[in-house]
Design a binder for this molecule. Structure first.
Ligand code: SAH
Length: 262
């Protein structure tokens, strides 16, 4: 049994089910041309599979108490660099630029309380991360993959779907972890979309999405007061809707069309 004091504040629930760990590592084409960034290796369960498949693995672990376990486990592994720091604080670009790989993927069973900031940080990196395999809390997975006109659909859905095609792969029962969390998890695969030349002004699009969802229960007319409502209405009218709808009615494509017409 693992000698480790599990820390709730770091979202520590280690995956113990070997079948599931193997499925996560093998759900996409990680190969020797791939640099994998792992966030939160824990005791290295998933890491063991990743170093076999990938050219190089850089792992970020915030909990220095795991250092001994990880160092013992990987003392003979030469394609792994473990950085004992908060992924959110670290200058990750400097670490990545030390290596030169065709593909950069992120694979992580991430601490659930920081899922969104982690996703944002990955997207904002100066290199393009082509794929992300993440295990998240099931409800969060539903939010990321929600369809318009559903309760789970929000600005984060539109934001992430602007950059990635997101697939739900499989559900992982809470019983597969130690300690056992209160919720089930889901594994998602994010695949980068081709750079969109359909968007005139990306910054404006992202701001529009954020503002449109500012108050979930309010209509576009209220949330987008500071925009040229007449121009927005004109676009909406093409689809037989108007400013009295809520942002949750609008698919990503319509946000793009509106922002291009502002
Ligand atoms: N991947 C392992 C552990 C998952 S638990 C497994 O599947 O078994 C989440 C891990 O993320 C823990 O090891 C925790 O210490 C680490 N962690 C939490 N916050 C972090 C942060 N900000 N940066 C890096 N690692 C973090």
């Amino acid at each position: 049994m693992l000698e480790h004091n599990f820390k709730k504040k770091f979202g520590q629930n280690f995956l113990t089910d070997k079948g599931t760990i193997g499925k996560i590592a093998n759900c996409t084409d990680i190969d020797k041309d791939t640099l994998v960034i792992e966030i939160g290796p824990g005791s290295g369960n998933l890491t063991s599979y990743l170093v076999e498949l990938a050219g190089m693995v850089i792992a970020y672990e915030i909990d220095t108490d795991l250092k001994k376990i990880l160092e013992d486990k990987f003392k003979n592994t030469d394609n792994l660099e473990i950085i004992y720091e908060d992924f959110l604080q670290r200058d990750v670009m400097t670490d990545i630029l030390k290596f030169n790989y065709k593909k950069i993927y992120v694979v992580a069973n991430i601490p659930y309380y920081i899922t969104t900031p982690i996703m944002k940080k990955i997207i904002d990196l100066k290199v393009e991360v082509q794929k992300i395999v993440v295990m998240v809390q099931k409800e969060v997975g539903e939010r990321f993959t929600a369809q318009p006109k559903t309760r789970a659909y929000g600005s984060i859905t539109v934001y992430l779907n602007y950059y990635f095609n997101i697939k739900r792969l499989f559900v992982v029962s809470r019983n597969s972890f130690i300690p056992k969390p209160n919720v089930d998890s889901i594994v998602l695969l994010f695949e980068r979309k081709k750079v969109s030349n359909l968007v005139n002004n990306e910054e404006l699009l992202l701001k529009l999405i954020k503002d449109a969802f500012k108050y979930k229960r309010k209509t576009l007319r209220n949330n987008l007061k500071n925009y040229d409502l007449e121009k927005i209405n004109k676009v909406l009218n093409k689809y037989n809707i108007d400013l009295n709808v809520r942002a949750e009615e609008l698919p990503l494509e319509l946000f793009i069309e509106i922002s291009n017409n502002l």
